[in-house]
Unconditional design. Structure first.
Length: 227
């Protein structure tokens, strides 16, 4: 089979990364989590005091974007790549609710998007890639052979995210998580630059009532048709 590009977009916590990792592992493709890139830029901005709940110094962040270097390094123990911000593994740091609460504001900034999208396009130069995010099928890989758009009810998604965070020992409530998921969906789908929308040629998958295995089997058939 020929190597293809698989673009996965959708709302927060719709299981994009679970599916993308399964596909990459099975197909021997590279998996790229673009949300991790926006989260890492947000974490940098937080560390530098450029953003908090109360203020956002957008101009300084834009000026300092050149200080940010992002890299994905494959971790053989996990079977997927982890993100490094200026040579430091920040996988744990970027998955907190604090980062989740600010990331959509950073992702609205066009200069941030332009930088990350450029890097993402390069990662796809040789195909054999599964990338997930919000604008992959629309902006990063408009010519992807397979585009998926994932949805699930907000409650299903908040419940999944809540279980994920508490399993990692984070102190959060279901209501906080639901609120975050709804807020991010709103900002992500209403921003001016590259809003979250289903590409015309994307296949929508509502997984509210699908198990991970059922979803995977369904998508593998689509991959076979596209490849
Ligand atoms: O995928 P994840 O939920 O980790 O993404 C975190 C946030 O990063 C999203 O809510 C969105 O604001 C932003 N994002 C984006 N474009 C992408 C990936 C993520 O704007 N391609």
């Amino acid at each position: 089979d020929k190597k293809i590009t698989i673009a996965i977009d959708g709302f927060s916590s719709t299981g994009k990364s679970t599916l993308a990792k399964q596909l990459a592992r099975t197909l021997g493709y590279v998996y790229v989590d673009t949300g991790a890139m926006y989260r890492s830029v947000t974490y940098f901005a937080m560390q530098q005091g450029l953003i908090s709940r109360e203020h956002f110094d957008k101009l300084s962040l834009i000026e300092r974007l050149s200080e940010i270097s992002l890299q994905f390094l494959f971790n053989p123990n996990l079977g997927y790549a982890e993100i490094y911000l200026n040579e430091v593994n920040v996988e744990a740091e970027i998955r907190t609710l604090d980062v989740s609460n600010l990331v959509s504001r950073v992702a609205e900034v066009s200069e941030v998007r332009a930088r990350l999208v450029e890097q993402q396009k390069h990662m796809g130069d040789h195909k054999a890639i599964v990338m997930d995010g919000r604008d992959i099928g629309t902006v990063v890989f408009p010519d992807a052979e397979l585009k998926l758009f994932m949805t699930a009810s907000p409650e299903t998604r908040a419940q999944r995210r809540f279980e994920e965070l508490t399993a990692k020992g984070q102190q959060v409530t279901y209501d906080e998580v639901l609120k975050n998921v709804q807020e991010r969906d709103y900002i992500d789908s209403h921003r001016e630059d590259s809003p979250l929308v289903k590409a015309d040629d994307a296949i929508e998958i509502d997984n509210s009532h699908l198990t991970i295995e059922e979803q995977f089997e369904k998508v593998m058939l689509l991959v076979q048709e596209a490849a």
